[in-house]
Design a protein around this ligand. Structure first.
Ligand code: NAD
Length: 347
């Protein structure tokens, strides 16, 4: 029998990508505009699976209700899973994700933010369209020879490093699990966070959001940074204490910021709120800076990534319904670092 998937936070581009790929799978997908949370979980009655995205909430209450509704598989159509209480999920609901769909998409977007901020493309675009061909105030710097600090050298961090090395940048990296063979091959140096902060002209965040990394960019971290640093965040919003960033931008300590994620993004990002006032004063303040570029969690948004996301997500559901090994299941104990081989997982 056709398995029924309740697909939350559905957008037109999701429907297009999933409907196209689903012709090979034959699931019955019901697209639901709402986020999955404690209020909307009742909509899952009668379904066999749920599909969720970055701002859906799979906390203990939602997991409990899913299990009570007979749903034992939740497929995240994203890599990050900080929105899942996976300890609550253990033994009740299998949670699968898309560990890699296009690390290039996110790395390339991080570079787009860097270049736009550096060469002030966002300002130039409006000037020339307004008949203003002055370049006064648009002065940038050569990327060549500057130092980039990359926090997190997983799939995305490594793609970014390849691009930055192509610019002729010196790259410093921090990762709690530094791979020295990789560092030698890539021509980069693993350093402490303190050294990375104090020597980087551009800082880019590519680590997961965990209790250890929450607000890692705070007043203390910023105080260690080089004056005029550019801070890029395509990881997760809560990696940065936004009020501390705003103060650093106001004082001139931080030179610019490119943010694809924001700690309170769930009420705004992915939605058209252009006819309303912004009630979030911190977001509104960020949007007033000429040296801040905000994109709405779009780093993943390439054709290749969307197709890969749909293929892996529906493949994850197929594995579950076929009774197979769930290679993309989140480990309830260690998360992404759990050994991937069957029977070697730590749960
Ligand atoms: P990955 O698992 O391949 O790499 C993460 C790296 O971070 C690993 O090398 C890990 O050792 C390291 N790390 C763990 N804890 C750390 C810490 N405390 N400090 C520094 N490094 C640490 O993950 P990935 O595919 O490269 O993705 C990285 C993050 O990017 C994801 O967790 C997700 O939050 C975010 N992401 C954002 C988007 C977007 O559209 N903006 C899309 C995909 C992923």
């Amino acid at each position: 029998m056709e398995k029924k998937i309740a697909f939350f936070d559905a957008k037109p581009y999701d429907r297009l990508a999933f409907d196209t790929v689903n012709s090979d799978f034959g699931f019955s997908i019901t697209y639901i505009d709402a986020h999955l949370n404690a209020q909307t979980v009742r909509l899952t009655t009668g379904f066999d699976a749920v599909c969720a995205f970055v701002n859906d909430i799979l906390d203990g209450a939602v997991i409990g209700q899913l299990a009570a509704n007979g749903i034992h598989i939740a497929g995240l159509r994203c890599a990050g899973y900080n929105n899942v209480d996976f300890k609550a999920a253990f033994g009740k609901v299998h949670v699968v994700r898309v560990p890699a769909y296009s690390p290039h998409a996110i790395a390339e977007h991080a570079v787009a933010l860097m270049l736009s901020l550096n060469r002030k493309i966002h300002k130039a675009y409006h000037r020339t369209r307004d008949g203003n061909f002055s370049i006064n105030g648009l002065l940038g710097f050569d990327m060549y020879g500057k130092t980039a600090g990359v926090v997190g050298t997983g799939k995305i961090g490594q793609c970014l490093i390849t691009i930055l090395k192509g610019f002729g940048m010196r790259v410093l990296a921090y990762d709690p699990k530094p791979n020295q063979d990789y560092a030698r091959e890539a021509g980069i140096t693993f350093v402490s966070l303190e050294q990375l902060y104090s020597e980087s002209d551009i800082l880019s965040l590519h680590c997961p959001l965990t209790p250890e990394t929450e607000h890692m960019i705070n007043v203390q971290a910023i105080s260690m940074m080089k004056n005029n640093i550019m801070i890029i965040n395509t990881g997760r919003g809560k990696l940065i204490d936004t009020e501390a960033l705003i103060n650093a931008l106001k004082s001139g300590k931080a030179g610019s910021a490119g943010l694809d994620v924001y700690e309170e993004e769930s009420d705004y990002f992915f939605e058209d709120r252009s006819t309303e006032m912004i009630r979030d004063d911190i977001l509104a303040r960020l949007l007033t800076f000429p040296n801040v570029l905000i994109t709405s969690h779009q780093a993943f948004f390439t054709e290749e990534a969307l197709t890969n996301i749909a293929q892996t997500t529906l493949g994850n559901f197929k594995e579950y319904f076929d009774g197979g090994w769930l290679k993309n299941e989140i480990c309830y104990r260690c998360g992404a670092v759990c050994p991937k081989e069957q029977n070697k997982r730590c749960f």
